[in-house]
Design a protein around this ligand. Sequence first.
Ligand code: AHR
Length: 498
Amino acid sequence: MAKMYVNPGMKKGHINPELQGHFSEHLGRCIYGGLYVGENSDIPNTNGMRNDVVEALKEIQIPVLRWPGGCFADEYHWRDGIGPKEKRKKMINTHWGGVVEDNSFGTHEFMELCRQLGCKAYVNGNVGSGTVQEMSEWVEYMTFEGVSPMADLRKENGHEAPWEVAYFGVGNENWGCGGNMRPEYYGDLYRRYQTYVRNYNGDKPIYKICCGANADDYEWTERVLATTFDHGNGFMNGLSLHYYTVPFGNWADKGAATRFDEEAYYNTMAGTMKMDTLIRRHGAIMDKYDPDKKIGMIVDEWGTWYNVEEGTNPGFLYQQNTMRDAMVAGINLNIFNKHCDRVKMANIAQTVNVLQSVLLTEGDKMVKTPTWHVFNLYKHHQGNDLVESSIDSTVIGTEENKVLNLTESVSMDGDGKLHITVTNVALDQAETVNCILMDASVKSAKGMVLTDKMDAHNTFEAPNAVETKELTDIQWKDGQLTFTVPPCGVVYIEAEME
Ligand code: AHR
């Protein structure tokens, strides 16, 4: 039996709903076919957005959506995607799959999608191949209310009122696809470009995100901050971090999404738990410059990356999604909660049909992946206070790939209810958890569980093969809570206290 301690009186920070954010790029079938099918499609849609997809994303309370990339962002010229659709430029998406990009999904369509989803907009600007003027005018086009050339153009294109851009990324992966820059060079560009990301809406200033590191490139964080960090408030609100979980770290052969052995499973679990170390170590560098934690760490790309499904375009990054991915999602969302004092947003890559998607589509069919089900369990943490908790874990796995069996996080909502999520990565052993509350006792509790074989997944033929069930193995006695987390399982519990 594992002991778990929860101290409801000790609040550790606010869990931004944006920790459960999403990312959508002009890549493969994420936008076209996944989110957007166009007004004339036979697939049921509202203003071109797939109704089934919008509904499924609303169900998990999608808080924020990042767009248009990714690497695509630093090749994207926003004027190509406005005005009458028949006049929009057609071009080859050279970065992803060499297919025709007809720009039918642009700024207006993205904002309409966010409206339908009821989520915040995170727009990523182009530093790699765009000008300062272009970036500045895009912000003016989207957010300026008064008389100006860009505001007038937006109105001519049918949108009178400005939109709200909650987050704006000043470039993406500028150490790589976004221009192969050195940190000092990018840092200087950041200083310049962000100056012209104007705040036209004083009440709701744009949260400006500087391009941070790839995985454990601590030097990038150090040198970018050293170059940029001598300005006042609002100069930089967030610094990004990208980390993908690739089995054995082998980018040349990442293995299949659905056919893998226990070594690959445990290696994936160990690999994804590195997220905790990355946040701590990049966070320690940020602490030197920003001890009050005013700058948010923005993990705006995370998730699993495998070989593409056989027979699909290698540039489309289409992969299936199994219980292994569900475990990755549960572990990372727990890690983000635990670091909510520094991590202010995280965006899984990517929403539909690309990498670790929450939804897959094929024609008019859609399936919710095991990862979607984890988001559906964890949504109850959104906007809550993180409370202090810990759990006794055991080292498990294979000779070569060892990992701790359990992760957890606990939050309290505005009504004083506790929300507990626990993952158990062990493949052969359930874990009974005895949860002790400090200076409090449990009055009632209920829970849900997601568990299956490590490679179980949903298909278009069997869309509900993997889904959550009520957690029956749960008791509360003498104020304590006892429950069982099955192997390869994610548990969510809502508990009321006396
Ligand atoms: O998510 C796929 C790609 O991964 C993104 O375009 C890029 O930012 C990252 O390298």
